[in-house]
Design a protein around this ligand. Sequence first.
Ligand code: NAI
Length: 343
Amino acid sequence: MTASHRPPLKIGIAGLGRLGKRHAEQIALRTRGAELVSACSPVAAELGWARESLGVQTLHEDFAAFVRDPQLDAVVLVTPTSLHADQTIAALEAGKHVFVEKPLALNVEDCERVERVAARRPDLVAMVGFVRRFDPSYARAADDIAAGAIGRPFVVRSQTCDQNDPDGFFVRFAPTSGGIFMDCSVHDIDLARWLLGKPRATRAFASGTIALHEGLRPLGDVDNGMAIVEFEGGQRAVLYASRTFAHGHDTQTEIIGTAGQLLVGQGGARDRVVTSDANGVHRQSVADFFERFGIAFEREMQSFVACCRGEQAMSLELSDATQATRIGLAITRSLHSGQPEPV
Ligand code: NAI
């Protein structure tokens, strides 16, 4: 049967919050070969949204019932990070392909538990949402590096910076997110490993500060964090994450090699329009991660579906997610201890 004649992959989504709603729209409206048939959330209003906005017919408040639904081929998990590992395992044990948002888990043991269960089901796809790998600019940078464009890459300097949210969404979100490094820098950690050729991380050092959001202090978290990660072959990653940028979302990455350097996403500009007026010469900035990575989210979900349908090989391994968690935890330990920490 050709791809176009194969029945669509029947997907259920769990979690319909800030990102889950976007993924749900993506699957229902823009992903080829997929059908969004069910949704799960403990919040009745979110289920109502799925029914009203997307016509999803099967709605579950209970995850255990959701994941066992025999009509489902695959599940997409956009739930709080602290639930990812157990829900991924439950889905694999129920025989479903799984897409789970990053990070895979907040400790290495949970990541390894997921890896062990996935290894028993090689027929199922288990993919973690490191969306930047699907961004056209990062993908081109990776291809250029592989082709030798900047010689041997040895430093990745990468930042994930969000516009300040005066409502403090992420303060409420912090108890389940693992903190700024596990939540934001985990993307840069994955990028650094990917772009540097997956060297083994040995040591991490971090510092941080609270510029605006005192509510993070009792949680041991910061709203601005910096870290250095050392790798076995001498490569280094220099990371910065912020929740307090004034102008917008500003993710950018510099990869420095022996014969050149690449810059991805410099400046956080929304488009190519430059306005000159009495206030000077200025550009609009990207509002949030979804605006910056909208196309990448589309390509990511398309890739997941293609992998489940056997049309494409997986480009990301679960062990990549385990390593990202391992490094993120060492950085977080260093933030708390004030000392370099082994990875
Ligand atoms: P959120 O708090 O807005 O949404 C969480 C959702 O999970 C809510 O709909 C909630 O009702 C639902 N939920 C809670 N317990 C549940 C359960 N037991 N079963 C099913 N649903 C349950 O959080 P947000 O921002 O949408 O983040 C969700 C995940 O997505 C996090 O792991 C986060 O790290 C990740 N994320 C990834 C991003 C990326 O760039 N790839 C960006 C933003 C978030």
